[in-house]
Design a protein around this ligand. Structure first.
Ligand code: ASP
Length: 437
């Protein structure tokens, strides 16, 4: 019998997880699911996070040093950053258009607002505090934070991925510039290290269907009640519309126009990464799979993928930026605040920067929303505003992470095409990798 493809196994795991979660909620099995099922999801998530830093180090050092010359690096670097910025700004603009047209915050029931504030005020304050810890001395703090003082400290915290990226690119540049015969053993070491990490990812992915089953069952059983979802329905639908347009129209169109690849082949290639992004709510945890799919199933040369994708997972968050724009304007609408055109244009800049600054982990977007709200002059209503959107944040986080990951893969394809490094994909799947042994 033909073996089931990985994305089908993951879909079956997800659907079974949702059904089991709904059944568990109905039969009041919450404690059982949290104690006995959720840990298998947590282990899956931890193993993906475990591999993220070694993967970034190995693949970026290998990727940069494979380029062999600095002009290639700066060409690719410039295109990567340029296209990433363009897609992010596009997402924010779409978000602003939708939230202004649909006006989800216009007629919201004040009772619901009060109820949400009682329920989520504490959580909101915790997020605001996290944001103020991240907050900066001066306007160039983000630049200062990019350069680690110590690579081991940086690599010891998954929230510091940008610093690890900085080190890896810097190290790769050193490898390019040093005399080839002297650094060959170092380069061979990182090539080999990269292979080992990729094998570890194959092994983790064999466990993915069980992992997503456990994650989704526990998310469902821990979710707030349905009437809260209804009250925030219009806001959620507005954002989902924007995320849907990005995923199903903007990215495949960009791919088809610039690379000639069909809609179907793009989704077939990237689907497992999207499903995993949805289940884990973390671009960083999904990165190993995004890389594997983009290289092997979308045909992006590893030279490009290993440079573009780790950076993208950390800084390119189109779903998060659209979310921050929609949520900020929604909160302003609920509190009856009219935003001027200039303020809305300001959101384009702040949401773009806030999404770049968001870590690639669950709920990072809502922490950085604080900064967008502050810029808008909603400091007074901050706690109330965050409490308002908190209840539906997890499902929206799952969806915006799908957009973040799809955006990274799209840009990797565009950059690869522009430097003539997009090949016909060589299709293998995880089961085959495993069978090769
Ligand atoms: N969870 C998102 C990600 O990892 C970030 C966010 O919270 O928007 O891409």
């Amino acid at each position: 019998m033909k073996k089931l493809a990985l994305h089908w196994k993951i879909i079956i795991g997800m659907v079974a997880g949702v059904l089991f979660g709904l059944l568990g909620a109905e039969l009041e099995w919450k404690t059982f699911i949290v104690d006995w099922i959720k840990p298998f999801g947590v282990i899956f998530l931890s193993s993906l996070k475990l591999i993220a830093i070694p993967l970034i180090l190995a693949s970026l050092i290998k990727g940069v040093s494979d380029l062999k010359d600095m002009s290639k690096l700066s060409k690719m670097g410039g295109r990567t950053v340029g296209i990433y910025l363009m897609t992010t700004v596009l997402a924010v603009v779409l978000g602003l258009l939708a939230v202004n047209l649909i006006q989800p915050g216009a007629n919201i029931d004040p009772d619901v607002v009060a109820k949400l504030q009682v329920a989520y005020g504490g959580d909101a304050n915790a997020k605001i505090e996290m944001a103020s810890n991240q907050k900066t001395g001066g306007p160039l703090q983000a630049l200062i934070d990019l350069v680690p003082q110590n690579i081991f400290n940086a690599a010891a915290d998954n929230g510091n991925m940008l610093q690890v990226i900085f080190f890896a690119i810097f190290f790769g540049i050193g490898l390019i510039l040093a005399p080839e015969e002297k650094v060959k053993p170092v380069k061979d070491f990182f090539d080999g290290f990269n292979e080992v990490v990729l094998k570890m990812i194959d092994l983790i992915m064999l466990y993915a269907p069980i992992g997503v089953f456990a994650l989704l069952a526990s998310i469902i059983v821990e979710a707030p009640s349905a009437d809260i979802f209804q009250a925030l329905g219009k806001y959620a639908v507005t954002l989902l519309l924007v995320l849907g347009i990005m995923t199903f129209a903007v990215y495949p169109t960009l791919v088809s126009v610039f690379t000639g690849r069909s809609y179907g082949s793009f989704f077939k290639g990237i689907a497992p990464a999207q499903l995993l992004a949805f289940s884990t709510s973390s671009s960083a945890a999904t990165l190993p799979v995004t890389m594997e799919r983009t290289e092997e199933h979308l045909g992006v040369d590893s030279e490009v993928a290993s440079f573009v994708l780790p950076i993208g997972a950390t800084v390119n968050m189109d779903g998060t930026s659209a979310y921050q724009a929609v949520a900020a304007v929604f909160i302003a609408q609920v509190f009856g605040m009219e935003l001027t055109l200039m303020q809305q244009i300001g959101i384009i800049a702040t949401a773009t920067l806030a999404s770049i600054g968001s870590a690639a982990v669950p709920s990072a977007g809502i922490v950085m929303l604080v900064i967008v709200l502050e810029q808008l002059g909603l400091g007074q209503q901050m706690a109330a505003g965050i409490a308002l959107v908190f209840a539906v944040d997890r499902p929206l986080d799952m969806c915006r992470t799908v957009v973040n990951v799809t955006g990274d893969a799209t840009v990797a394809m565009l950059v690869a095409k522009s430097v003539d490094k997009l090949h016909e994909p060589e299709v293998r799947n995880w089961d085959d990798h495993y069978k090769e042994e």
